[in-house]
Design a protein around this ligand. Structure first.
Ligand code: DAH
Length: 341
């Protein structure tokens, strides 16, 4: 029996020495100490042994158990250390490496321009007034003095919906009526930024959707000189204190008189270049004194009240400022374009 035990110990220790992962270590443990192992069967067999052999076998069994336990603990500790070492090496982190910069988004060039323009008007006392993009024919045209079948309708074709007279707005001007009807009879100073839609052929200069910023001032005693002074001040704040402006007579159904405002070409300083098409001037907005019919539609008595209005396209202004040649870039969602601003 003693010989068997010695043999068992030798084999177990030999096997243990050759192990190098924790799964086989656990398997070894249940084999060495489990119910089937010689250590267990020797103890249960004690009673069947001759009396003088019993203490010797009992003692030897305990010695072996202790020796194997100690060897197991050592092996387990060594394996754990080796595994830790291995994983540290395999997952090594170089904490001195510089971090990768996170890619940050930015505001769209149209939004940047829109906000810059609104901020200038805010400084001049004009509040932002938001107005709907889905409009009625009445607000988009009729209340702005553009009756059905009037030739002025040809200038702005729109997208119709399946609902009668529900359309996408072709300009921000219908917001004038909304603002007037909300504020009447109080004085008004608002700018109305937002997207407008036109059923047009898409070219380098025209899109089916683009932003506009409308402006409206209504009150008592507002005159053409107020319009000219205010818009000239805006141009100075937008394009620089020394910029020159000029007004040219024009026609819009909702203003009378009407004008276009040009600013001196900031690319060539008025000398004439490709951006201003050799004229020295850049056209940036339409404007005029609010037509009496429109004032009346907004609820204001044109005998007592007057006002001025204007409308500009921020994309067109950004095109001039950054020499962007094609308006289709704005809503084409090409990052190579958008990331330049
Ligand atoms: N609504 C005009 C357009 O889209 C722009 C415009 C011109 C607005 C003159 C105005 C204005 O308020 O007074 O072409």
């Amino acid at each position: 029996m003693i010989d068997e035990l010695n043999q068992f110990e030798k084999e177990a220790l030999g096997k243990l020495a050759g192990l190098n992962d924790s799964a086989s270590l656990q398997a070894w443990k249940s084999e060495a100490f489990g119910k089937q192992s010689l250590l267990s069967t020797a103890l249960t067999a004690l009673g069947t042994l001759p009396k003088d052999e019993r203490p010797l076998v009992g003692k030897r069994t305990n010695e072996i158990k202790q020796a194997l336990t100690k060897a197991f603990d050592e092996k387990e500790a060594a394996l754990r250390a080796a595994e830790l070492e291995h994983s540290l090496r395999a997952e090594a982190l170089d904490v001195t490496l510089p971090g990768r910069p996170a890619r940050r988004g930015r505001l769209h060039i149209a939004t940047q321009t829109l906000r810059q323009i609104c901020a200038i008007w805010a400084d001049m006392g004009f509040q932002v007034y938001r107005s709907r993009e889905v409009e009625s024919d009445e607000y988009n045209f009729e209340l702005l003095n553009i009756p059905k079948h009037h030739p002025a309708r040809d200038m702005q074709d729109t997208f119709y919906t399946t609902l009668p007279d529900v359309i996408l707005r072709t300009h921000t001007s219908p917001g004038q009526i909304h603002a007037m009807r909300e504020f009447c009879p109080h004085p008004i100073r608002v700018v109305l930024p937002g997207m407008v839609y036109r059923y047009e052929q898409i070219t380098t200069r025209s899109e089916i959707q683009f932003d506009q910023i409308e402006g409206l001032a209504v009150g008592k005693g507002i005159r053409m000189t107020d319009l000219k002074g205010t818009l000239t001040d805006f141009a100075r704040r937008m394009f620089g204190a020394s910029v020159r402006t000029r007004f040219r007579a024009d026609h819009f159904p909702f203003t009378e008189p009407s004008a276009e405002m040009d600013v001196e070409c900031f690319v060539c300083g008025g000398k004439g270049c490709s951006v201003c098409k050799r004229s020295g001037w850049l056209e940036i907005l339409g404007c005029g004194m609010v037509h009496p019919a429109v004032l009346k539609n907004g609820g204001y008595d044109p005998k007592t009240y007057s006002g001025f209005a204007f409308g500009m396209g921020p994309e067109r202004i950004a095109m001039l400022k950054y020499k962007i040649e094609d308006i289709r870039y704005f809503w084409g969602n090409d990052l190579r374009f958008l990331e330049q601003f």
